[in-house]
Design a protein around this ligand. Structure first.
Ligand SMILES: [Mg+2]
Ligand SMILES: [Zn+2]
Length: 229
Protein backbone atom coordinates (compact mmCIF):
# COMPACT_ATOMS: atom_id res chain seq x y z
CA UNK A 1 0.00 0.00 0.00
CA UNK A 2 1.25 3.48 -0.85
CA UNK A 3 1.45 5.88 2.04
CA UNK A 4 1.22 9.66 1.76
CA UNK A 5 2.03 12.17 4.47
CA UNK A 6 0.23 15.49 4.27
CA UNK A 7 1.82 18.09 6.47
CA UNK A 8 0.65 21.52 7.59
CA UNK A 9 3.19 24.37 7.51
CA UNK A 10 2.54 27.23 9.96
CA UNK A 11 3.00 26.12 13.57
CA UNK A 12 3.87 22.61 12.37
CA UNK A 13 7.00 22.85 10.19
CA UNK A 14 7.68 26.22 11.81
CA UNK A 15 7.26 26.64 15.55
CA UNK A 16 5.42 29.94 15.07
CA UNK A 17 2.51 30.76 12.82
CA UNK A 18 4.33 32.89 10.23
CA UNK A 19 1.23 34.67 8.95
CA UNK A 20 0.43 35.75 12.52
CA UNK A 21 3.99 37.06 12.98
CA UNK A 22 3.51 39.12 9.80
CA UNK A 23 0.19 40.55 11.08
CA UNK A 24 1.78 41.41 14.44
CA UNK A 25 4.71 43.16 12.78
CA UNK A 26 3.13 44.80 9.72
CA UNK A 27 -0.65 44.67 10.24
CA UNK A 28 -3.20 46.30 12.48
CA UNK A 29 -4.16 44.84 15.85
CA UNK A 30 -7.70 44.22 14.53
CA UNK A 31 -6.35 41.05 12.90
CA UNK A 32 -6.98 39.31 16.21
CA UNK A 33 -10.71 40.12 16.08
CA UNK A 34 -10.81 38.67 12.56
CA UNK A 35 -8.89 35.59 13.69
CA UNK A 36 -11.28 35.02 16.58
CA UNK A 37 -14.28 35.27 14.25
CA UNK A 38 -12.64 32.60 12.08
CA UNK A 39 -11.93 30.39 15.10
CA UNK A 40 -15.55 30.67 16.22
CA UNK A 41 -16.58 29.48 12.74
CA UNK A 42 -18.26 32.79 11.79
CA UNK A 43 -16.09 33.38 8.71
CA UNK A 44 -14.07 31.12 6.41
CA UNK A 45 -10.30 30.87 6.51
CA UNK A 46 -10.30 32.41 3.04
CA UNK A 47 -12.19 35.51 4.15
CA UNK A 48 -10.17 35.74 7.36
CA UNK A 49 -6.91 35.68 5.38
CA UNK A 50 -8.12 38.31 2.93
CA UNK A 51 -9.16 40.62 5.80
CA UNK A 52 -6.08 39.95 7.92
CA UNK A 53 -3.63 40.51 5.06
CA UNK A 54 -5.55 43.66 4.04
CA UNK A 55 -4.26 45.23 7.29
CA UNK A 56 -0.62 44.60 6.26
CA UNK A 57 1.36 47.56 4.93
CA UNK A 58 4.81 46.45 3.80
CA UNK A 59 6.76 45.60 0.68
CA UNK A 60 7.69 42.07 -0.23
CA UNK A 61 11.30 42.96 0.57
CA UNK A 62 10.47 44.19 4.08
CA UNK A 63 8.45 41.10 4.93
CA UNK A 64 11.08 38.75 3.52
CA UNK A 65 13.88 40.38 5.44
CA UNK A 66 11.77 40.12 8.66
CA UNK A 67 11.19 36.41 7.96
CA UNK A 68 14.88 35.75 7.26
CA UNK A 69 15.75 37.28 10.62
CA UNK A 70 13.01 35.88 12.82
CA UNK A 71 11.60 32.63 11.44
CA UNK A 72 13.09 29.19 11.02
CA UNK A 73 11.63 25.84 10.29
CA UNK A 74 11.76 23.31 13.08
CA UNK A 75 15.22 21.76 12.89
CA UNK A 76 13.82 18.22 13.02
CA UNK A 77 11.75 18.57 9.83
CA UNK A 78 14.54 17.99 7.33
CA UNK A 79 15.47 14.63 8.84
CA UNK A 80 11.83 13.57 8.77
CA UNK A 81 11.50 14.58 5.09
CA UNK A 82 14.56 12.51 4.24
CA UNK A 83 13.26 9.52 6.20
CA UNK A 84 9.99 9.71 4.22
CA UNK A 85 11.92 9.79 0.97
CA UNK A 86 13.95 6.77 2.13
CA UNK A 87 10.76 4.78 2.67
CA UNK A 88 9.10 5.90 -0.58
CA UNK A 89 6.43 7.84 1.26
CA UNK A 90 4.75 10.57 -0.79
CA UNK A 91 5.02 13.81 1.05
CA UNK A 92 3.12 17.02 0.46
CA UNK A 93 2.98 20.26 2.39
CA UNK A 94 -0.59 21.56 2.47
CA UNK A 95 -1.00 25.04 3.85
CA UNK A 96 -3.58 27.78 4.12
CA UNK A 97 -0.59 30.16 4.29
CA UNK A 98 1.18 31.90 1.40
CA UNK A 99 3.71 30.62 -1.10
CA UNK A 100 6.32 33.39 -0.78
CA UNK A 101 7.17 32.85 2.88
CA UNK A 102 6.91 29.07 2.75
CA UNK A 103 9.40 28.89 -0.13
CA UNK A 104 11.66 31.35 1.67
CA UNK A 105 11.70 29.33 4.89
CA UNK A 106 12.28 26.05 3.06
CA UNK A 107 15.04 27.57 0.90
CA UNK A 108 17.88 25.74 2.63
CA UNK A 109 16.49 22.25 2.46
CA UNK A 110 16.30 19.94 -0.48
CA UNK A 111 12.56 19.68 -0.93
CA UNK A 112 12.96 17.53 -4.02
CA UNK A 113 9.94 15.27 -4.21
CA UNK A 114 7.91 17.26 -1.68
CA UNK A 115 4.91 18.92 -3.25
CA UNK A 116 3.64 22.24 -1.94
CA UNK A 117 -0.03 23.21 -2.14
CA UNK A 118 -0.82 26.64 -0.71
CA UNK A 119 -2.30 30.05 -1.46
CA UNK A 120 -0.41 32.57 -3.57
CA UNK A 121 0.63 36.10 -2.67
CA UNK A 122 0.58 38.99 -5.11
CA UNK A 123 2.38 42.14 -3.96
CA UNK A 124 1.03 45.51 -5.10
CA UNK A 125 2.04 48.92 -3.69
CA UNK A 126 2.98 47.71 -0.20
CA UNK A 127 -0.12 45.54 -0.01
CA UNK A 128 -0.56 41.78 -0.18
CA UNK A 129 -3.34 40.35 -2.28
CA UNK A 130 -4.02 36.60 -2.16
CA UNK A 131 -5.11 34.21 -4.84
CA UNK A 132 -6.64 30.88 -3.88
CA UNK A 133 -5.97 28.16 -6.46
CA UNK A 134 -7.41 25.33 -4.34
CA UNK A 135 -10.81 26.54 -3.21
CA UNK A 136 -13.27 23.68 -2.69
CA UNK A 137 -16.82 24.65 -3.74
CA UNK A 138 -18.13 22.05 -1.28
CA UNK A 139 -16.31 23.52 1.72
CA UNK A 140 -17.13 26.88 3.29
CA UNK A 141 -14.32 26.72 5.87
CA UNK A 142 -11.03 26.76 3.98
CA UNK A 143 -9.02 28.89 1.56
CA UNK A 144 -6.83 26.03 0.39
CA UNK A 145 -9.10 23.09 1.21
CA UNK A 146 -6.72 20.36 2.28
CA UNK A 147 -9.49 17.81 1.79
CA UNK A 148 -9.10 18.21 -1.99
CA UNK A 149 -5.46 17.11 -1.81
CA UNK A 150 -6.28 14.28 0.55
CA UNK A 151 -9.08 13.03 -1.65
CA UNK A 152 -6.90 13.05 -4.78
CA UNK A 153 -4.23 10.96 -3.04
CA UNK A 154 -6.80 8.67 -1.42
CA UNK A 155 -8.44 8.02 -4.79
CA UNK A 156 -5.04 6.83 -6.01
CA UNK A 157 -5.04 4.26 -3.21
CA UNK A 158 -2.80 6.02 -0.69
CA UNK A 159 -3.10 5.54 3.05
CA UNK A 160 -3.11 9.12 4.40
CA UNK A 161 -1.19 10.31 7.44
CA UNK A 162 -1.96 13.91 8.39
CA UNK A 163 0.33 16.09 10.53
CA UNK A 164 -0.88 19.45 11.85
CA UNK A 165 -1.53 21.81 14.70
CA UNK A 166 -4.42 24.18 14.16
CA UNK A 167 -7.76 25.41 12.93
CA UNK A 168 -6.95 25.07 9.22
CA UNK A 169 -6.35 21.33 9.75
CA UNK A 170 -9.74 20.50 11.26
CA UNK A 171 -11.56 20.09 7.95
CA UNK A 172 -9.05 17.54 6.62
CA UNK A 173 -8.28 15.69 9.87
CA UNK A 174 -11.67 13.96 9.88
CA UNK A 175 -10.85 12.33 6.53
CA UNK A 176 -7.29 11.14 7.22
CA UNK A 177 -6.46 7.52 8.05
CA UNK A 178 -4.08 8.53 10.82
CA UNK A 179 -3.62 11.95 12.45
CA UNK A 180 -0.55 13.24 14.26
CA UNK A 181 -1.47 16.43 16.08
CA UNK A 182 -0.48 19.12 18.54
CA UNK A 183 -2.03 22.24 20.02
CA UNK A 184 -5.56 23.19 18.83
CA UNK A 185 -5.77 20.26 16.42
CA UNK A 186 -4.94 17.81 19.20
CA UNK A 187 -7.72 19.29 21.39
CA UNK A 188 -10.11 19.15 18.43
CA UNK A 189 -9.31 15.50 17.63
CA UNK A 190 -9.74 14.50 21.27
CA UNK A 191 -13.07 16.34 21.53
CA UNK A 192 -14.35 14.84 18.27
CA UNK A 193 -12.97 11.38 19.11
CA UNK A 194 -10.74 11.36 16.01
CA UNK A 195 -7.96 8.82 16.54
CA UNK A 196 -4.70 10.69 16.80
CA UNK A 197 -1.25 10.67 18.34
CA UNK A 198 0.33 13.76 19.91
CA UNK A 199 3.70 15.17 18.84
CA UNK A 200 6.07 17.94 19.86
CA UNK A 201 8.56 17.86 17.00
CA UNK A 202 9.33 15.83 13.88
CA UNK A 203 11.58 13.33 15.61
CA UNK A 204 8.38 12.15 17.30
CA UNK A 205 6.41 12.33 14.05
CA UNK A 206 9.15 10.27 12.39
CA UNK A 207 8.92 7.55 15.05
CA UNK A 208 5.11 7.46 14.78
CA UNK A 209 5.18 7.30 10.98
CA UNK A 210 7.83 4.57 11.04
CA UNK A 211 5.72 2.52 13.46
CA UNK A 212 2.67 2.97 11.25
CA UNK A 213 4.61 1.98 8.10
CA UNK A 214 5.93 -1.14 9.83
CA UNK A 215 2.40 -2.07 10.94
CA UNK A 216 1.02 -1.55 7.45
CA UNK A 217 3.82 -3.59 5.86
CA UNK A 218 3.36 -6.39 8.39
CA UNK A 219 -0.40 -6.36 7.74
CA UNK A 220 0.29 -6.76 4.06
CA UNK A 221 2.69 -9.63 4.65
CA UNK A 222 0.04 -11.37 6.75
CA UNK A 223 -2.54 -10.80 4.02
CA UNK A 224 -0.16 -12.09 1.36
CA UNK A 225 0.64 -15.24 3.37
CA UNK A 226 -3.10 -15.88 3.75
CA UNK A 227 -3.40 -15.72 -0.01
CA UNK A 228 -0.48 -18.00 -0.75
CA UNK A 229 -0.95 -20.30 2.27
MG1 LIG B 1 -0.83 25.33 11.38
ZN1 LIG C 1 -12.09 22.48 3.62
Amino acid sequence: MNVAVLCDFDGTITDDDVAQLIFDRFGSHIWWDIENRFRRGEISCKNALISEFSTVRASRQEIESFIRNYVQMNATFNHFAEACRGRNVNMAIVSDGLDFYINLILRDIDIGGIKLYCNKAVFEDNKVRISFPYVNPDCDKCGNCKKLHLKRLKDKGNYIIYVGDGYSDMCVAKEADFVVAKSHLLDFCRTKKITCEPFRDFSEVEALVKKKLDELEQGQTVEASHLTG
